[in-house]
Write a protein of this length. Structure first.
Length: 117
């Protein structure tokens, strides 16, 4: 009888841990939203938000296509798209907002370098 209880308890514990693995895992901690998170900190006007949303919508397919590339091609395509985005941001943002964005980008880059150490 004692052996049966021990076996039943062990089986119940095994099944419980096996089912626990099926739960969804928390999302991986990675970037904190990148450029979009920084832009949210700039207090954009309604017109600026609309212009940026339009640009992002137009650019979405280009970014998706660039992400499908590999190696140097991908890097070059993404660099070109980032430069286009930065040029558009320069058009949309005020000088003060552009300065704040640059500061946020520098801070993010410093944080990335610290994490690599």
């Amino acid at each position: 009888m004692k052996k049966l209880l021990v076996f039943a308890f062990a089986a119940a514990m095994t099944l419980g841990t096996a089912q626990a693995d099926d739960e969804k895992k928390a999302p991986r901690k990675g970037r904190a939203g990148g450029i979009q998170a920084m832009i949210k900190q700039l207090d954009l006007t309604a017109d600026q938000k609309k212009a940026l949303a339009t640009f992002n919508k137009e650019n979405k397919e280009k970014v998706a296509a660039a992400r499908k590339l590999e190696g140097k091609e991908r890097r070059a395509a993404m660099k070109k798209l980032n430069e286009a985005r930065n040029a558009k941001l320069k058009e949309i943002l005020t000088e003060e907002q552009a300065k704040k964005l640059k500061e946020l980008q520098a801070k993010a880059q410093a944080n990335r370098k610290d994490k690599k150490k």
